[in-house]
Design a protein around this ligand. Structure first.
Ligand SMILES: *Cc1c(COP(=O)(O)O)cnc(C)c1O
Length: 370
């Protein structure tokens, strides 16, 4: 007799659904027999600029060393990040994407009988890492699509060890200000680690979004997570980082895979972090594209959730799934967000001007069909 290996999985895992990524270009090309070059993918908040040439050069230089293990301590990258962020090297934790940081937090601080608090419409990885270690996910209803920080405070109890908050949030693009964040951090009990997920923070420079780093010194229970996947344009390489007290960094380091960031990713991230021109161009392109999409939605009579990320959630005023399918047939991949409790929205990543135009034209066509 064989065991029922679904029923044998720990209960939290049995209740999980796997993360659903954006549809890959090659998959749609296969399904519709299309030339992949004609497909526009605005589904995964990837940087449409292509990677920084400096990052690509750094990867080529590193290729000769593929036979060796990477620097498991990521000394060069940690040094650059510590300098840039104004923290000590011992406060930096490197991750295989910032997803890895979220998972390290869950593995280190959550367990059956404990819980993590996060918002409705929050990033899909929070429930996954929480339930994967048998902890309870406490989902707090959103307010105007964004985090209701006072309600999240009330959801914290003696068994809470982690609160995940994203600023801006994905997939809604919503954000909170410095004052709200400060009030929240003041009131969070000292035994709760606040993970402030700033995956899109580089896009918000110069806006009214707070910089999580400004709060690190005052709040030892704060961890700020960031990534090279979005504004730095290195999603495929999987590099992210956490900034926290040295104590929290030490704890995360104990559960981390010894070589969780590979050597090509380390080299590319070192180059990317110093390529400020690339970052500025990413930001400029994003702002222009955001305006282009907003203008396009206005023309189509659609409303949207104002966003501080490199994506925008548009409200179709009806079920979005058929529109998503219609867009696929036009060779345009966007992101349905029904699994985030948003069945009438689609999330569109800001693309190059021509990609945004392709999307808007396809959307107009699909909507006109009714
Ligand atoms: C994209 C994203 C991340 C980062 O993903 P990685 O590629 O693993 O760094 C983290 N949080 C949010 C909210 C995101 O949207």
């Amino acid at each position: 007799m064989s065991g029922d290996f679904l029923a044998l999985a720990q209960p939290g895992v049995q209740q999980l659904s796997p993360y659903v990524p954006g549809k890959p270009v090659d998959e749609l090309a296969r399904e519709l027999d299309l030339d992949p070059a004609t497909i526009v993918k605005l589904a995964s908040n990837e940087n449409p600029l292509g990677a920084s040439p400096k990052a690509l050069a750094a990867i080529r230089d590193e290729l000769a060393e593929l036979t060796r293990y990477p620097d498991g301590n990521g000394f060069a990258l940690k040094t650059l990040l510590a300098e840039r962020c104004g923290v000590e090297i011992g406060q930096v934790t490197l991750g295989n994407g910032s997803n890895d940081i979220l998972e390290l937090v869950a593995r280190a601080y959550l367990a059956p009988g404990l819980n993590a608090v996060f918002s409705e419409h929050a990033f899909a990885v929070y429930p996954i890492v929480t339930q994967a270690v048998g902890a309870q996910a406490r989902v707090v209803p959103a307010k105007n699509w964004g985090h209701d920080l006072p309600a999240m405070l009330k959801a914290i109890d003696g068994q809470t060890r982690v609160v995940f908050i994203a600023n801006p949030n994905n997939p809604t693009g919503t954000w909170f200000g410095a004052e709200e964040l400060d009030e929240f951090l003041q009131d969070v009990p000292a035994h709760v680690l606040v993970v402030l997920d700033e995956a899109y923070i580089e896009y918000a420079e110069g806006s009214d979004l707070p910089d999580g780093l400004d709060f690190l010194a005052a709040y030892p229970n704060l961890l700020v997570s960031r990534t090279f996947s979005k504004a730095y344009g290195l999603a495929a390489l999987r590099v992210g980082y956490g900034l926290s007290t040295p104590v929290v960094a030490d704890v995360l380091n104990r559960v981390r895979q010894p070589f969780n960031v590979n050597s090509l990713a380390l080299a590319a991230a070192c180059a990317a972090v110093q390529d400020l021109d690339y970052l500025a161009e990413s930001r400029r392109l994003n702002e222009a594209g955001m305006q282009q999409l907003e203008a396009g939605f206005r023309d189509l009579g659609l409303s949207w959730i104002p966003s501080k990320g490199n994506f925008i959630a548009v409200d179709l005023g009806r079920e979005a799934a058929p529109v998503f399918q219609g867009l696929l047939r036009e060779g345009v991949i966007v992101r349905p967000v029904a699994n985030y409790g948003m069945p009438n929205h689609l999330r569109i990543t800001i693309g190059l001007p021509a990609e945004n135009t392709r999307f808007l034209e396809a959307l107009a066509k699909v909507l006109a069909r009714g």
